[in-house]
Design a protein around this ligand. Structure first.
Ligand SMILES: *Cc1c(COP(=O)(O)O)cnc(C)c1O
Length: 471
C-alpha cells in the first residue's frame, strides 16, 4: 500500500470509530488479560508492513477503547474532540513540528500567540499575561506554581532559579481543604512539599472559606502562595477567588487558580458571576482537553507576571520577556523543551466555535447537567448531593433501610456494565456518590434522557436483586 493508501485507510478507520460513538457501548469491553493477549507478544525481529500494523492495532485495540469522545461518557471530567480540533490535530501530527522554538515551527509559534490572546480575551484575564500550552491541568498547575515560587522568593530577596530551595526563606503554601490532588503533586515536584501545606476549611459545597483563610494567614508574614479552585471536581463549586485575592494581596502573596474546567465559566455571560474577581489572581491553570473539547493532551498555564513565568520555565535570558525579534519561543512558557504543536487544535477549536460558540458549549453542558439532576432527583431513593451550579452532578442511591454506600457502588457498577453511559464513583462528605460530568460538545437532551433512564433502570434492577424496596 502506498503512503497515501495507508493514510486514507487510517482515516476510514478513524471515521468508522467516530460514527460508532453514539451507539457503541460506552465502557471498554475487554479485560486486562484479553488486551494483553491481543496486543502483546515479544518484539518481532523483523518489521511488518505499515498497513498491516495499523489494521491489527485498530482491531486489537478496539475492545479496549473507551467511548469517552462520545456523547454519553460522563466519567471524571473528560471532553471529546470538536471536529475542527480533531482535524487540526491530525495536521499537527502530519506536520510534526517541534513547537519548542520559533525557528523549528514559526507557524506553530504564531498560532500559539494568537490563541493565547483569544483565551485571555475569552476569560477576561489581563491582556499582558503570558500563556504556556502544556500537556494538561497538572502541568498547568505546576507551571503557575513554579512562577509563584519564583516571584514570592524573588520578593524576599532570593533567586530560586539560581540558588534552589535549600536555605531559601520559608514559603507558606496554602490550599483549600478541597484542592485537587494535582495541586499537591505540583507542590511535591516543586520541592514545596504536600504535607506542609496549610489547609483552609471549605463550606458544604467545597468552597474555600475566606474567614478561615484569614485565620490561617494571621500572624504569618513570610512569602505566601494561596492555591484556589474554580470548579470543584465533585460539586463544580467555585472558591470566591476575587475575595481571596484581596486578602492575599494585602499581605503581598500570590494567588493561583486551578480552573481546569471551571475557568471556562468565565466565557459565558450567564455563568461569569461564579468566577467574579478571578482576573485579580496571579496565575491560572486550565485545560483544553476537558471543556474546550480538543484532543488530548492540552492544558493552558497563564501568568500575570510574564517575567516570573519565563524565569521559572526557561534557562535562557531569564529576564528578557521577548527575544530580539519579538517572536515567541513556546518553550519559554512550559516545562518542556521539544514538544508537540498543541496550539493548532486550540486555535481551530476557538475559531470554529467563536466567542458565542464557546459560551454556548459551556452553557449547554450546564443545562444538560441540570436536566440529568432533575431526571434523577424526582425518584424516591435517589438523592442529589450537590448544588448543581455547573456541569457536575453527585447522585446517591439509597434503598429503604439499606446501605446507601454499598447500593450506590453497585448501581454504578451496573451502569458501567450495561453500556448506555459511563460514569465513576466518588466520595463526598463521607458518602459514596455517582459523579456525573457533562463536558462533551456532542451530548444532546436525548442522550441525557436515555442515560437517566439507564441509571434508574440499573437502580431498579439492583434493588430487585437485593430483594429490597425499589428506589
Ligand atoms: C482534571 C483536573 C486537574 C488535572 O488536569 P489534567 O488535565 O488531568 O492534568 C486539575 N484540577 C482540576 C480541578 C481538575 O478537574
Amino acid at each position: 500500500m502506498s503512503d497515501g493508501g495507508l493514510l486514507d485507510r487510517t482515516a476510514d478507520l478513524a471515521r468508522h470509530f467516530l460514527h460508532s460513538l453514539p451507539d457503541r457501548p460506552v465502557g471498554a469491553r475487554a479485560d486486562l488479560p484479553s488486551l494483553r493477549r491481543a496486543l502483546g507478544g515479544p518484539l518481532p525481529a523483523a518489521g511488518a508492513e505499515a498497513a498491516a500494523v495499523i489494521e491489527h492495532l485498530a482491531r486489537a485495540a478496539d475492545p479496549g477503547i473507551v467511548a469517552s469522545a462520545g456523547p454519553r461518557y460522563f466519567g471524571f471530567v473528560i471532553g471529546g474532540s470538536l471536529p475542527a480540533a480533531l482535524a487540526a490535530d491530525w495536521l499537527a501530527a502530519a506536520w510534526d513540528q517541534d513547537a519548542g522554538l520559533y525557528a523549528c515551527g514559526p507557524a506553530a509559534a504564531v498560532v500559539e500567540e494568537v490563541a493565547a490572546g483569544w483565551l485571555l480575551d475569552l476569560f477576561g484575564l489581563p491582556p499582558e499575561a503570558s500563556v504556556g500550552f502544556v500537556t494538561g491541568g497538572q502541568m498547568a498547575n505546576f507551571t503557575g506554581l513554579a512562577a509563584a515560587r519564583h516571584a514570592v522568593l524573588e520578593r524576599a530577596g532570593w533567586d530560586v532559579g539560581e540558588d534552589g530551595l535549600i536555605g531559601a526563606p520559608a514559603v507558606d503554601v496554602v490550599a483549600g481543604e478541597e484542592a485537587h490532588v494535582t495541586i499537591l503533586t505540583s507542590l511535591r515536584m516543586l520541592g514545596l512539599g504536600s504535607r506542609r501545606v496549610l489547609r483552609v476549611a471549605a463550606d458544604r459545597q467545597g468552597r474555600m472559606r475566606p474567614d478561615e483563610l484569614r485565620r490561617v494567614l494571621a500572624g504569618r508574614e513570610g512569602p505566601a502562595i494561596v492555591c484556589t479552585q474554580a470548579g470543584n471536581v465533585n460539586t463544580g463549586a467555585f472558591d470566591p477567588v476575587g475575595e481571596i485575592a484581596d486578602i492575599v494581596h494585602e499581605r503581598g502573596g500570590w494567588v493561583h487558580v486551578d480552573g481546569a474546567f471551571g475557568l471556562w465559566a468565565a466565557a459565558s455571560a450567564g455563568l461569569r458571576r461564579h468566577v467574579r474577581g478571578v482576573e485579580r489572581a496571579d496565575s491560572w491553570a486550565t485545560d483544553g482537553h476537558k471543556w474546550l473539547n480538543v484532543p488530548y493532551d492540552c492544558g493552558i498555564a497563564i501568568v500575570r507576571d510574564a517575567a516570573a513565568h519565563k524565569a521559572a520555565m526557561t534557562g535562557r535570558a531569564a529576564y528578557l520577556v521577548q527575544s530580539s525579534g519579538g517572536e515567541r519561543d513556546p518553550q519559554d512558557w512550559t516545562p518542556e523543551f521539544s514538544r508537540r504543536a498543541r496550539g493548532f487544535a486550540v486555535y481551530a477549536a476557538l475559531k470554529s466555535l467563536g466567542r458565542d460558540g464557546v459560551a454556548d458549549l459551556v452553557e449547554r453542558c450546564c443545562r444538560l447537567a441540570r436536566r440529568m439532576a432533575d431526571a434523577l432527583a424526582g425518584v424516591p431513593g435517589v438523592r442529589i448531593l450537590n448544588e448543581v451550579v455547573l456541569n457536575q452532578v453527585l447522585a446517591r442511591f439509597e434503598p429503604a433501610g439499606g446501605d446507601g454506600d454499598a447500593f450506590t457502588k453497585a448501581v454504578i457498577a451496573r451502569v458501567q456494565r450495561e453500556g448506555t453511559c459511563w460514569m465513576a464513583g466518588t466520595r463526598w462528605h463521607g458518602m459514596n456518590a455517582m459523579r456525573i460530568s457533562v463536558s462533551n460538545w456532542s451530548t444532546t437532551e436525548a442522550d441525557i434522557d436515555r442515560s437517566a433512564e439507564a441509571i434508574l433502570a440499573a437502580a431498579r434492577a439492583e434493588a430487585a436483586q437485593q430483594g429490597g424496596s425499589k428506589p
